[in-house]
Design a protein around this ligand. Structure first.
Ligand code: BGC
Length: 248
């Protein structure tokens, strides 16, 4: 099916038409900077702009950078607090006239990787992390998703802060960290993840996945660590796939 997928991020809102069987974008990606403050009204205005740009009608899949339960956004770490307990699916549907499925951004990126990417056919515990403005996380156990995991907010005791304030990609760029400095931070985080969850495979996604050769070498883990196959497109592809009936 051809479905419009939209990935709402802390810095950009991105959308494209997706061939959900192939797991590929079939149009160029349209990226519009996330309005600041990223209030529901302002961001939904951008979502509408993207829907209009593609002249789209049909099921609309959206990834959102926070916890989402039954179409209601529950948290808002990197967007405006107005999204907390906000009936997002209902209000986006009213604005766009599309049927809307909205889920956590890492959950949908994980769905794309499990169906079409580096998680395809992998049994056991597969964890996918997106490193960007924040850290998104999702876990699949024998192909079944554990949604809304929020491991970017795991508290790193020795660092005295949430993991995403220590080693998200934004922290690397804002603090001018070298790849080695950042890689060592990631190693602290992922060793802790490994201690807690014993994953068989860890998939690293987000925009930074294409530069994996620069930092994956600093990770010393038992789990197999691989870059996301869909790279940064997993967010849009997975958002579209989430709108398919029966996809979990
Ligand atoms: C949010 C997560 C989200 C991640 C990546 C975190 O700050 O709490 O829900 O998946 O950022 O956007």
């Amino acid at each position: 099916m051809e479905i419009l997928g939209i990935d709402i991020g802390g810095s950009g809102v991105k959308g494209a038409l997706v061939d959900t069987e192939k797991g590929e974008l079939i149009t160029d990606r349209l990226r519009i900077p996330t309005p600041q403050p990223a209030s529901p009204k302002a961001v939904i205005g951008v979502v509408k702009e993207i829907v209009d740009h593609f002249d789209y009608q049909g099921p609309l899949g959206i990834g959102f950078p926070g916890v989402v339960m039954d179409g209601v956004t529950k948290t808002a770490a990197n967007v405006d607090n107005g999204w907390i307990n906000y009936p997002a699916a209902r209000n986006i549907a009213l604005t766009t006239n599309c049927e809307v499925v909205i889920r956590n951004d890492a959950d949908v990126a994980g769905i794309a990787e499990m169906y079409h990417g580096a998680g395809s056919g992998i049994p056991g515990v597969v964890m996918i992390f997106t490193l960007g403005t924040g850290i998104g996380s999702v876990m699949f156990v024998n192909g079944h998703i554990v949604p809304n995991l929020e491991l970017g907010h795991l508290y790193l005791r020795n660092m005295k802060k949430d993991a995403e304030y220590f080693c998200a990609d934004r922290v690397r760029t804002e603090n001018d960290l070298t790849w080695k400095e950042w890689g060592k931070r990631l190693n602290i985080y992922f060793q802790y993840i490994e201690f807690l969850f014993s994953p068989n495979r860890i998939i690293i996604g987000g925009g930074i996945s294409k530069k994996h050769k620069k930092y994956l070498k600093y990770l010393d883990l038992q789990a197999e660590v691989v870059p996301a196959k869909l790279r940064n497109e997993a967010g849009i592809v997975g958002a579209a796939m989430a709108a398919l009936p029966g996809v979990d």
